[in-house]
Design a protein around this ligand. Structure first.
Ligand code: NIG
Ligand code: FE
Length: 416
């Protein structure tokens, strides 16, 4: 049927970010740009990509609905591979305390922080969580996000954690954005297990994780491995148990202090290690040699007024680096891709090419999906952004502003 087939043609440039696995080090600068390009899409899948004149030679134009992209650049949809987008309430008071000098950890130690949101999330109904989540996704897609990772971790008890994951699965079916779900029960020790972190880990392994696997509610298991939260030993124990239950692994690693999180991520063969502001030199070397993606979250560093993760050093040493928002109600109440992109380039010294790779094919790799999304390659999902400008170089240059004109999701154009 003609409605299923679209040809986007005469694009000023197509930045394919071509590849089927994470790009490491210098490879992150290779974008594969086609000038005067076209993409042919059939039933949501990319069928051909190349110069417009070449694509026209291999398709029957009468079968396609044509869209002109004159003066516009095409890039892959953004993959935001680290968010906590489902939560009850907000924490605007804590943000103003932080502006006056209180630290994120001191607020957490006084019973605020994650536990504050846990109370609000436990009091939320399924329908309210669904409606709030849907709204957040609407905001994200306008900025060009076509796949998002979402973590549980604001229920901490069995029922609320399952509810968060069930809501995410329903949202993934109903909303154009695809959602990859992560179980983050190990986000904090809940009040009912206060002072008994090991018992809480036992509870997660014995009671919660098998149920999640049974219902196939989450792909990944994550842990907030940090001084004062979960130790290296506790995190390793939990992650190994998760691996045995066939979860893929992620870690919140070396966010607040150097803690050996990067090293642990490599040891357990995690798909990604996230944050890494205070990763050790040894940890960075190990990441570079490993298959673990280093996922950096500059909006959180900005929001916490902390130093940025050493992304430049990581790329120079050969790591595969992804960028993600970390959207959550506490440390980073923002999913602004435009601001994240600008911070990566201006503050962390990424080139625009590296930043684009980090938000597309490497974001996809951080979700174990580099063979399906993250680039404009034949056979992949047609998740493509038409920009308002003729070059990807406008993204960091137009600081904090949205350069996305049209989002093509699964081959369907969505005007934003
Ligand atoms: O990635 N660090 C732990 N988790 C989140 C913050 C969650 C919260 O404060 O609610 C993060 O920054
Ligand atoms: Fe996070």
């Amino acid at each position: 049927m003609k409605e299923d087939r679209i040809l986007i043609r005469d694009a000023a440039q197509i930045v394919t970010c071509s590849g089927f696995k994470a790009k490491k080090g210098a490879e992150m600068s290779e974008l594969s740009v086609i000038n005067d390009g076209a993409v042919a899409i059939d039933k949501g899948i990319i069928k051909a990509v190349g110069k417009t004149c070449d694509v026209l030679k291999i398709i029957d134009i009468d079968d396609y609905h044509e869209i002109s992209a004159k003066g516009q650049a095409l890039i892959p949809g953004f993959v935001d591979s680290h968010t906590h987008f489902l939560f009850g309430g907000y924490r605007e008071e804590e943000f103003s305390w932080r502006l006056k000098g209180d630290s994120y950890m001191s607020i957490m130690k006084q019973g605020g922080g994650i536990i504050n949101t846990t109370t609000d999330t436990r009091n939320m109904s399924y329908n309210d969580m669904y409606a709030k989540g849907y709204e957040q996704l609407n905001g994200m897609i306008k900025l060009g996000v076509t796949t998002v990772e979402g973590k549980s971790g604001y229920g901490l008890d069995l029922d609320t954690e399952l509810m968060q994951l069930r809501v995410m699965n329903e949202l993934s079916n109903d909303h154009p954005i695809d959602i990859v779900s992560t179980y983050l029960g190990a986000h904090a020790v809940p009040p009912e297990f206060s002072g008994r972190a090991d018992d809480y880990i036992f509870f997660m392994i014995e009671k919660v994780m098998p149920q999640i696997r049974k219902e196939r509610l989450a792909t990944f298991c994550d842990v907030f491995c940090e001084k004062g939260v979960f130790t290296i030993e506790q995190s390793e124990h939990l992650l190994k148990a998760a691996r045995n239950l066939r979860f893929k692994l992620k870690l919140h690693a070396d966010e607040i202090v150097e803690f050996g999180g990067a090293e642990l991520a490599v040891r357990v063969k995690a798909t990604s290690a996230d944050h890494l502001l205070h990763a050790s030199d040894e940890g960075i070397k190990k990441l570079a040699k490993s298959g673990t993606v280093a996922t950096l979250l500059p909006l959180t560093a900005f929001s916490l007024h902390d130093t940025y993760a050493p992304g430049r050093k990581m790329i120079d040493q050969g790591c595969a680096v992804a960028l993600a928002s970390d959207f959550n109600p506490g440390s980073c109440f923002s999913y602004s891709v435009p601001l994240m992109f600008a911070l990566a380039c201006i503050e962390m010294k990424f080139s625009p090419e590296e930043a684009l790779t980090a938000l597309t094919i490497n974001g996809a790799a951080a979700l174990g999906k580099a063979s399906e999304i993250g680039s404009i390659d034949v056979g992949k999902k047609a998740d493509i952004l038409m920009l308002k400008y003729p070059s990807y170089k406008f993204i960091p240059y137009h600081i904090g502003m949205n350069c996305v004109d049209v989002v093509i999701k699964d081959g369907v154009p969505i005007i934003v």
